[in-house]
Each structure stands twice: as structure tokens, then as C-alpha cells.
Design a protein around this ligand. Structure first.
Ligand SMILES: Cc1cc2nc3c(=O)[nH]c(=O)nc-3n(C[C@H](O)[C@H](O)[C@H](O)COP(=O)(O)OP(=O)(O)OC[C@H]3O[C@@H](n4cnc5c(N)ncnc54)[C@H](O)[C@@H]3O)c2cc1C
Length: 453
């Protein structure tokens, strides 16, 4: 309470926090909760540069997918740990943010990444003919081509993204953490007495024994200026598109009718969540996007929507959406390949004629190998500053696991829970890029899947 009062008065310099977390997206919010609920740290401070639950980072929106089918074998153990922690957090909060569904992966039968995902995630290939709906009704929705295969797995589902971030912030606060928004961190230094000093753009200073940096697309900038460490994290502008279900088909695309989250391998890589948040609409999008500056975004790419109200925006622009005129640049290429895919794979169920009904912009923080960065910053900071970054468009599902790992690394110097769950953190070290700009990609067999568009 003393900490809360001091910080609320803008006098955080009087308090020595056990852990200061910088950045309140899903990773920072989960880390703050994990630290605040740990028996060995009671004073936790979570700092966010913008308003809480803002739309300028990577963790906002209506939905994110959880699945255990990954080509790289190091992710399924982390997904399973996360699934357990999602369950625990929902129990502690008293409400749910995750709707379980089956998950469907499909792709060319000879696609090595798909086959490895099926194997690593314990998915079961549908028998020939299932594409015609003989065994599993939801697969009837897709026209799966000759030479392709499809596999069903049970660990799938949809997380309400913004609601989930809010849940972890509320849980952190309930566990005693101080949560401060509109507080931009500009520097982190180590004092002579060993404490970490966190400075903000308004001149406030906060002291902590440990610091966790989870600043998403801003990671390269902040970590370079604070620690002189180069993190190869590239911010990408990406787009979520919602498409209209064809009349009479709406219910078939809902979780209530058993419709899965799904991914389609090859080029383009397509992912989707069932129709939930906007009745009659389904989210179908592609992975990746063009590089962007998180402090200078092309917002036009995400604001134009069709359907009701379109005339209030710009009907002329809407007409040419396939040519990329609507967005006027960044993001345009993220629509047309999706429309083509829908026309080929779901022509009876989803309407592409008017373009996507809703577009929402978002950012990825890409590493060259699309593996996360979870490590001590090192140098003068030793093990006192931990960074979680580069979640490369697939980190949300792992948020509670990453948060627990970061908190344990900061507080205890090692991530015990990860080790017990069989999660190998060596894949996420910063050092993998030393003299090797491709990181884990150098040994990865799945380069086509990992291609950044
Ligand atoms: C369109 C889209 C779809 C996705 N789909 C999925 C999916 O289906 N499944 C999945 O698992 N993942 C998915 N992801 C990825 C997932 O959402 C991200 O990996 C995750 O949200 C990254 O969270 P973060 O906390 O690292 O970053 P962010 O959410 O960006 O949080 C970082 C925070 O730090 C703050 N910050 C930055 N600098 C400072 C500073 N100097 N001082 C204080 N605060 C600062 C920022 O304002 C921000 O709030 C998707 C991402 C996008 C964009």
C-alpha cells in the first residue's frame, strides 16, 4: 500500500520495488501478475507509455488463437504450460477469456513444416474423404485440394485479446502491483549500490532490485539505448480482416457448431478464428506485413471498413480495394491473397465480393527466425534486467508462460517452472544472433513457412 500511495503521488523514487516491469501488453501484464503473486516479491510496478489497453501495440483486439501445432518442437511444451496458466488465471479472475475449440491445420501433403506441426502438436490427420464431410462436419466447409492433407488437434481456442490483457492487469493489481499508464520509460541504469533506476520522459525515477523489459515493437530502440545491445526485432505493420459469411452459413462458422480455429500452410500462410465477436463475420488473415516505425504508423491502412457506414468514409476508395487503393500503402498486400484463398477454399461460406468488412491494424515484432527473445540483458546489468521481445506474431497464446518465465528469471535468476514443464529456453537467447544474423533459422528446416512477407 505504501508503494501504491507513493507511486500514485508521482514520488515512486521513495520506494524500492522488487520488480519493475516496463510495457503493459500481454507479456508485461502477465509478468507483473506472476511477479506480484510470487511469494518472494511483494512490491511490483508495471509501467505503460500509453493508456492501458491502447490500440498502438500488438496485444489489442478481439481475438487470438491458441494451438499446439508448431513445426519447431520447442513450442508445444510452452503452449501446454501456457494453457494450464490460462486456466489458473481465469479461475483466479472468476471469468473466462478463452473459448476452447478444435484446431485444424491444412496444407500440401509434402509440406515439411505442416507435417512437423502435426507430429509435434499431436494432431490427427483426417482420413481421405473428410474434406467432403464424411467424418467431421466442420471440414465440410473447406474445399481441400487434391494433394493436400488436413489434421485436427484438440488444443485450440480463441482468446479475447484486450479482455485477457485487462484480466492480467486486474490480477496483478489485486496481488498488490502498482499499475501506472501514460508513463514512458526513457532510460534504465544500474546504480553504484546495485539498484536499477528507471527514468521516465517526465523526469520521474523509480528504483527496483530487478527490471523486466517487455516493450513489444519498441524493444530494439529501448534495449539499444539502455544497454547497447542490438536486438534484431523488426516491427511490421499487419492487418486483421473480417469477412462476411454467406447468407444461411453464419452458424456453421461458430464455435457452437464446432467450427475450429485453423491455419493453411504454404504461400500465403492463412489463419482464422471462428465467427464470434462480430456475428455473421469471420476473421481470416495472413501472416506478416511490411516493416513500420511504431512511432510513425500508416493508420490509413486500418481505418477503412465496408458495410454499414462505408459511405461515411469514402465509397470511391472502397471500390478499388483489390488494387490496394483503399489502404493507400502499408497493408494492402495483406488483403488480396486472403480473398483469393477464401475464393478457392471456402467459396460456399464466405463472401469476398465487397472486400473485408472490417480491418484492424496491428504490429508484429519479428525476429529473423521468428523465435522469441527471452534472456538477461547482461553486461553491467548482469541478471538484474530481463527482456522478453520479438514474439513474431505468435506470442499471445504463450503470454502467461512467458510472464512466469520472465518473473522467475528476474526474481530467482532462473525459470524453474519452464524447466519443470520441459520448455527449453536456449532457443530464445540473444546470443544466437552473434555472428549469425539468421539465428535459429540457420539450422531450421522450415524456411518457407518462416518467410516474412
Ligand atoms: C494481427 C495480429 C494477430 C495475432 N494473432 C496471434 C494469434 O492468433 N496467436 C498468438 O499467439 N499470437 C498472435 N499475435 C501475436 C501476439 O499478439 C503478440 O506476440 C503479443 O501481443 C506481443 O505482446 P507484447 O507484450 O510483446 O507487445 P505489446 O502488446 O506491443 O506490448 C508492449 C507494450 O510496451 C509499451 N511500451 C513500449 N515502449 C515503452 C516505454 N518506453 N515505456 C513504457 N511502455 C512502453 C507499449 O506501449 C506496449 O503497450 C498476433 C499479433 C497480431 C498483431
Amino acid at each position: 500500500m505504501a508503494a501504491a500511495a507513493a507511486a500514485a503521488n508521482g514520488g515512486g523514487d521513495a520506494v524500492v520495488y522488487d520488480v519493475i516491469v516496463v510495457g503493459a501488453g500481454i507479456m508485461g501484464s502477465c509478468a507483473a501478475y506472476a511477479a506480484a503473486s510470487s511469494s518472494s516479491s511483494s512490491r511490483v510496478l508495471l509501467l505503460e507509455q500509453f493508456d492501458l489497453l491502447h490500440h498502438r501495440g500488438s496485444s489489442h483486439g478481439e481475438s487470438r488463437t491458441i494451438r499446439a501445432t508448431y513445426p519447431q518442437p520447442h513450442y508445444p511444451p510452452m503452449v501446454r504450460l501456457a494453457a494450464r496458466l490460462w486456466h489458473d488465471a481465469q479461475r483466479d479472475a472468476g471469468y473466462t477469456v478463452l473459448t476452447p475449440t478444435p484446431h485444424l491445420d491444412m496444407g500440401p501433403r509434402d509440406d515439411a513444416a505442416l507435417l512437423a506441426s502435426i507430429r509435434n502438436g499431436g494432431a490427427v490427420e483426417l482420413a481421405a474423404g473428410d474434406g467432403d464431410g464424411e467424418a467431421w462436419a466442420p471440414s465440410r466447409v473447406f474445399r481441400i485440394p487434391e494433394g493436400w492433407t488436413a489434421a485436427r488437434s484438440e488444443l485450440g481456442g480463441v482468446m479475447k485479446a484486450t479482455k485477457a490483457v485487462a484480466m492480467f492487469q486486474a490480477l496483478a493489481a489485486r496481488s498488490g502491483a502498482v499499475v501506472r499508464d501514460r508513463t514512458e520509460v526513457v532510460d534504465v541504469t544500474k546504480r553504484g549500490d546495485g539498484l536499477i533506476l528507471v527514468k521516465t520522459s517526465t523526469g520521474e525515477e523509480f528504483q527496483g532490485a530487478k527490471c523486466i523489459i517487455t516493450v513489444g515493437a519498441w524493444a530494439s530502440k529501448l534495449v539499444k539505448s539502455v544497454a547497447g545491445v542490438d536486438l534484431p526485432v523488426t516491427p511490421l505493420h499487419t492487418l486483421i480482416c473480417y469477412w462476411k459469411a454467406k447468407p444461411g452459413r453464419e452458424h456453421e462458422l461458430t464455435p457452437e457448431s464446432g467450427f475450429p480455429t485453423f491455419a493453411s500452410y504454404g504461400q500465403p500462410y492463412i489463419y482464422s478464428t471462428p465467427s464470434m465477436e462480430f456475428p455473421g463475420l469471420i476473421k481470416i488473415a495472413t501472416h506478416g506485413g511490411p516493416p513500420c516505425d511504431p512511432d510513425s504508423r500508416d493508420w490509413l491502412a486500418g481505418v477503412v471498413s465496408g458495410g454499414a457506414g462505408a459511405d461515411l468514409v469514402e465509397p470511391v476508395a472502397r471500390r478499388d480495394w483489390l488494387a490496394g487503393v483503399v489502404s493507400g500503402g502499408a497493408g494492402a498486400d495483406l488483403v488480396e491473397p486472403v480473398a483469393r484463398w477464401i475464393d478457392e477454399f471456402m467459396p460456399d461460406h464466405v463472401d469476398t465480393a465487397g472486400g473485408p468488412v472490417i480491418r484492424q491494424s496491428c504490429m508484429y515484432s519479428m525476429t529473423p527466425d521468428e523465435d522469441f527473445i527471452i534472456d538477461f540483458v547482461g553486461g553491467d546489468f548482469g541478471k538484474d534486467v530481463v527482456v522478453g521481445a520479438g514474439f513474431s506474431g505468435h506470442g499471445f497464446k504463450m503470454g502467461p508462460a512467458v510472464g512466469r518465465i520472465l518473473a522467475e528469471m528476474a526474481i530467482d535468476g532462473e525459470a524453474r517452472t519452464a524447466a519443470e514443464a520441459g520448455v527449453e529456453l536456449r532457443h530464445f537467447r540473444i546470443g544466437r544472433f552473434e555472428g549469425n544474423p539468421e539465428g535459429n533459422l540457420a539450422e531450421n528446416k522450415f524456411k518457407s513457412w518462416l518467410k516474412i512477407t
